[in-house]
Design a protein around this ligand. Structure first.
Ligand SMILES: Cc1cc2nc3c(=O)[nH]c(=O)nc-3n(C[C@H](O)[C@H](O)[C@H](O)COP(=O)(O)O)c2cc1C
Length: 406
């Protein structure tokens, strides 16, 4: 591994932070997940609380300029969905600049540039991860965007194209010089896809490469303890969570409670989120309890209702077919639910499926209505917190669809 792990850890965690001119209530971020981080999901996460900034799915800059309907649906927002970053992808400097100007004009808080997408269609035209292979061209494109808007411009990247081309530290430094206000880094290369453990030392190398701007660590954070380890071992200013939020939209709130409970007096970062002193977290802080089944069901139904509000009943229900099984992953035995939930087309049908499932699930409960121990889902463990031999065996599932290689 070309990057060395630090000997000692930084132990300061949560705080309000600034990204350029934008002040965020927390340094916990929702990562873009194409097909999933739409308005309804962002509202669900925000209603539970704890998240500082949400980002849209990636949006094609050209489609936005052409006023393409689908691109406009991707940036649909409302006041309760603030602050919001829109993620743009593209490789034509003028289009990226003009799309950023447009987003600023409609009140979007921040623009993120996608430099991590591994999909061939995007890389083939010089966008996504391909931007990590030509640093001066990428810096010139981003400079044009930064010069054209007052809102923050940020970049989201992987560690590099492959293990022989770990360009993230150099790219981050070059982007800082262009005026980018934060870097998000997923601790894997493009070649890795989602395989193997997230490389925390690789993220740390990016943290060390920049002078002042915050670096946000990303990859496989599925528990508050994994967020803590990401902070400790990388020195990152914030953490960004994608699939972990899909498993568990409570993760931001729980991470906030866990890390705030663990360290009193956390004001040891400067306003950009960079560490200026460190505090020790008492060793054994209890994790917030997992949400009860009834709470999971409440939030799942709220999510569906928002999908229907935003996309209409038929499309909303159809889109929810791929969402409901994510909630069900923590229900205990759930095949009866999944097999029917993926066939529903109306709210009433979904309600029916849910009520039947709740009756069926009773056979797995004790007298207090809790799942019997042998039916409880096992605790979740991030790739970088497992024994190395088990990492390959226990990947976090990647949702099915054209974005499987993200
Ligand atoms: C289905 C899916 C869609 C994704 N879409 C995007 C995207 O639109 N833009 C982006 O920068 N990253 C995208 N990613 C990458 C995530 O933002 C994130 O970097 C990655 O999943 C690792 O973080 P996680 O383990 O917390 O999910 C996507 C990942 C997945 C699994």
């Amino acid at each position: 591994m070309p990057f060395g792990l630090p000997q000692c850890a930084n132990l300061a965690y949560l705080s309000a932070m600034r990204i350029g001119s934008l002040t965020l209530a927390s340094n916990l971020f929702l990562s873009p997940l194409a097909g999933y981080t739409n308005l309804p999901f962002r509202l669900v996460v925000r209603e539970i609380g704890g998240v500082g900034l949400c980002t849209t799915d990636l949006v094609n800059a050209r489609s936005l300029l052409e006023k393409n309907k689908k691109a406009f649906k991707l940036i649909e927002t409302r006041p309760a969905d603030a602050p919001l970053a829109v993620q743009l992808f593209g490789s034509v400097p003028e289009e990226m600049r003009d799309a950023a100007i447009y987003l600023e004009s409609i009140g979007i808080a921040s623009v993120d540039v996608n430099m991590g997408c591994p999909v061939r269609k995007v890389c083939g035209v010089g966008g996504g991860s391909a931007m990590m292979t030509d640093l001066s061209k990428t810096a010139a494109l981003v400079r044009g965007m930064v010069g054209a808007v007052k809102i923050p411009v940020t970049a989201k990247m992987r560690l590099g194209w492959d293990d022989d081309n770990l360009t993230a530290p150099d790219l981050a430094r070059a982007l800082e010089d262009t005026g980018v206000t934060a870097i998000f880094v997923h601790g894997r290369t493009r070649a890795q896809g989602f395989g193997g453990a997230v490389n925390l030392a690789g993220i740390r190398a990016v943290v060390q490469a920049v002078k002042n701007i915050p670096v946000i660590g990303n990859g496989d954070i599925i528990t508050p303890r994994a967020a803590q380890k990401m902070f400790d071992e990388t020195g990152c200013a914030g953490v960004s969570i994608g699939r972990g939020a899909f498993y568990n939209p409570w993760i931001f709130q729980h991470t906030l409670e866990y890390l705030n409970g663990g360290a009193s007096g956390l004001a040891s970062r400067n306003e950009n989120g960079r560490l200026v002193s460190s505090l020790a977290l008492p060793k054994e802080i209890a994790l917030p309890p997992e949400p009860l089944f009834a709470e999971r069901v409440r939030v799942m139904c709220r999510h569906l209702d928002l999908m229907i509000e935003v996309f209409g009943e038929e499309l909303g229900c159809r889109m929810f077919r791929k969402v409901a099984p994510w909630y069900a992953k923590r229900f205990g035995p759930c095949h009866e639910f999944n097999k029917r939930a993926v066939q529903t087309s109306t709210r009433a049908e979904f309600q029916d499926v849910l009520e039947n499932y709740i009756r069926w699930r009773q056979q797995f409960l004790d007298d207090n209505g809790e799942l019997l121990p042998r039916f409880r889902p096992p605790p979740m463990v991030a790739s970088f917190m497992r024994e190395p031999a088990s990492v390959q065996r226990e990947q976090i599932p990647v949702p099915k669809g054209p974005v499987e290689v993200w």
